[in-house]
Design a protein around this ligand. Sequence first.
Ligand code: HEM
Length: 272
Amino acid sequence: MSRITSLFSFLPGGPGLASNRRVAQPTTGRVDLPLPAEQESEALSFSKKIRAGTAQAHRITESTQFVKAILRGAVDIESYRNMQTGLYLIYSAMEEELERHRAHPLVRSVYFPELNRCGALERDLTFLWGEAWRENLRITPARKQYLERIRWVGENDPGLLVAHSYTRYLGDLSGGQVVERVVRRSLGIEGEDGFHFFHFDGVSDAKEFKNGYRARLDALPISAGQADSLIDEANRVFALNREVFEELEGSWLRALARLVPTGFSQRAALSH
Ligand code: HEM
């Protein structure tokens, strides 16, 4: 078993489960079983359809060099704070639009203000950059593209915000927990500072919450066409996230070059 596989073997559906039925598996612990025959898949609930319909996008996203670097523990403080800065910009726009459209017939089904990440990210960025963190909110091309899509959806087709909420929040409640563990270890940081993002104070049981969220998805008052549009939008959101990661790859490569000769603890890099 590879190091990465064994690292995630404790996750639900990890190695050992129904291995003869599994399709090509990613390295992160997410397991996607083969889809049932076409007729049966017609009867699938929407939460199962969106999961199946984005499985490939998830696998491709996991395979970006930057995500692989995170999972191998080769991330440095600079890449981490850049990553969280990008997320802050994205969540600011997304949460603003979710709030604005909270009464929309689709958005209200997945309107959970307890999931909001902006407050947590503000605290993390204050720790990671210092008090002047707002000066580092750079709108890079990939971030711009993502933000423009969120705003476009908010203006023109707010129901699609469901796909944005699904892709980010369910991801954070799943793989996010893995990422926190690995990044903490790489940076040698203990305690909550810099990692509030990964903690959902309003969610006591992530698994149960995700099941409740999926039940809301299943109860959405949508036609088959709208369901397809939401799955398309979720795939688009995965692609936008991927591009944000790809942009971070440059800083990861620089990090790697620095790590090789020294292997120092990066706690020191935080003395502002
Ligand atoms: C950083 C590496 C990642 C890891 C380790 C990871 C891991 C996982 C795992 C283990 C699950 C399954 C959880 C479960 O079945 O309850 C999952 C689900 C999910 N992930 Fe990821 N993931 C990563 C990256 C991402 C990214 C970048 C996104 C989107 C931007 C994302 C979005 C999702 C979504 C939406 C689900 C829920 C699927 C569903 O049940 O409908 N993941 N992830």
